[in-house]
Design a protein. Sequence first.
Lengths: 249, 142
Amino acid sequence: MAAVTPRFGRALLRLFAVQASYNYERMLGLGVGVAEEPLLRGLPAEGAASPYRAAVARGAHFFNSHPYLAGLAVGAAARAEHDGAPAELIERLRAALCGPLGSIGDRLVWAGWLPLLSGLTLAAISLGAGWTAVAAFFLVYNIGHVALRWWALRQGWTHGVRVASALHRPLLQRGAALAGPAMACAVGAALPLSAQYLATPFGAWARGVLAGAAVIGFLSLRWLPGRLTGLRLALGLAAAALLVGWVWR
Amino acid sequence: MARARSAKAALRTRYRPLSSGPATCTANPFVFICLAMRSAKSRRAKLPTCTVQPAGAAACAGVAAGGVTAAGLGLAWIGRLLLAGVPSPREVSIFTLLCAAAVAAALASGAAGTLRLVGRGPNLAWFAAGLGGGVVVATWLR
């Protein structure tokens, strides 16, 4: 357990492939087991029923959460295995972490960090930033992404079965609370700027057609959610445009 | 098809494991991930997955996806026929119309998806504030 740094790095690297073996039976379970394995190498491994084998098998049981925060469960379970916690307690810990990690991760990343940066990037491109904005998006997004993965694994490995305290950290709670408004503001600002940027090359009559079609398409998508998708709307508008062009002699 | 399990206990959800299931045999080798997956799946072959659907639903989804693909290819073919050769003013207009349709679909999908993401909670006010700021900046830039 003393020489944990290379193993910690290996576990962190394996966490990037945590969704590679995603399946409906165990969700992220196999990926989590693979990522946890380097942290378990200090356990006795002799015999078919060794603690090491049992711990790796437990690590590959059903698990699902946000992939960026799965490291929290990986580190906590590995630490608990090293601390000699009972198998039932570790199973309960993993099961208890699924919901909170999924909820916080979805709010923080999928409904916060990613759309926030996407909105800012779209606004920056509309204001003339060009490819620099795209490069900045990839850089900044992945700084947050990798930092969150590292933080999660570190907190899990530090706290073990008491990992729930890490989820109450003010930084995480405040980040989740701020991500929603910031995201809403950014995507709200990006919409008119993107619309103006995309409509600029068109002439007056084409802009009128564009505005009318966009409004009709938006209302149709709001009224028929699930039945009308963006792809179907695009195909329908393209068909209407071709029909008008064919009739127009 | 496997029987529904809802009458027995709470179903497994996205974040809830199965209440009971065969334990993993710790004597299994786990050198390669494919071996581990094969082992896990062989023990759970009789259990229904959360994606079990009536046979007709999968066929309908396949037909719908095929229809969308066929419609896209058909439109591309018609567009090629209408816009082939040296572009005349009429063909330029058709092309402009097609581009306007594509941009309109993108903007409509983006706006609808954004509203779905923001929801009707407190974030809606922040969305409105951002939208207002974006409109002011876009108007100022014209």
